[in-house]
Design a protein around this ligand. Structure first.
Ligand code: GLN
Length: 201
């Protein structure tokens, strides 16, 4: 079985748990750092990135989350979760967890578009992903190791850097689980190729 956690400091946790379901997946609601060790993959939900960062610090998650990523275990960040992962955030002195080589811009789609839905082509996933954007960030540029998976109106809204996956929208808010299942497949492959992840007890 694969164990995939959803960081439950803030945001839509149950919806992610539902979208991650697969016969070989056990889901975990993560509220304490000692739960990370047993996980093969982790989801950072949306919410509000500055609040989430405050809670990450408050509950001692900062270093453990960076160590989780450094161990090569897959992480999937959606919306505020993407902001947490970015190396650089426009108009802010520095990034939060700084896991992915990309620049992000918060609340980037303008007031008139506080929230909207569209259909996206997502590379390696599908050509018709229903995407819900809520005060969403965009990825303004990416490093060489980052693969752009999807763009909307010329702006990058989904990307992958090896074992790290991020998107500006909320795939957990639709019944379409294909993007989550793409992440589940990343976790499967990571576990197969790196059995030492699970060897530590
Ligand atoms: N606007 C939020 C932020 O900057 C993200 C919104 C979301 O996660 N739905 O953190």
């Amino acid at each position: 079985m694969l164990k995939i956690g959803v960081l439950a400091l803030q945001g839509a946790v149950q919806e992610h748990i539902k979208s991650l379901q697969a016969p070989d997946v056990e889901t975990v609601i993560v509220k304490r750092t000692d739960q990370l060790e047993a996980l093969d993959g982790l989801v950072f939900p949306g919410g509000e990135s500055t609040t989430m960062r405050r809670l990450v610090n408050k509950y001692g998650f900062y270093e453990p989350l960076r160590a989780f990523a450094a161990a090569g275990k897959p992480i999937f960040g959606t919306c505020a979760g993407l902001i947490l992962m970015a190396d650089r955030i426009a108009q802010e002195p520095q990034g939060h967890l700084q896991l992915m080589d990309m620049n992000v811009q918060r609340n980037a789609f303008g007031r008139q578009r506080e929230s909207f839905e569209t259909t996206l082509v997502v590379k390696d996933v599908a050509e018709d992903i229903e995407a819900v954007f809520i005060r969403a960030p965009l990825i303004s540029s990416t490093g060489d190791d980052v693969e752009v998976l999807s763009s909307f109106n010329g702006e990058i809204v989904a990307a992958r850097q090896n074992h790290l996956l991020a998107c500006s929208f909320h795939p957990e808010l639709t019944d379409d689980t294909r993007f989550h299942q793409y992440f589940v497949q990343m976790v499967r492959e990571s576990k197969e190729t790196a059995p030492e992840h699970t060897a530590v007890t």
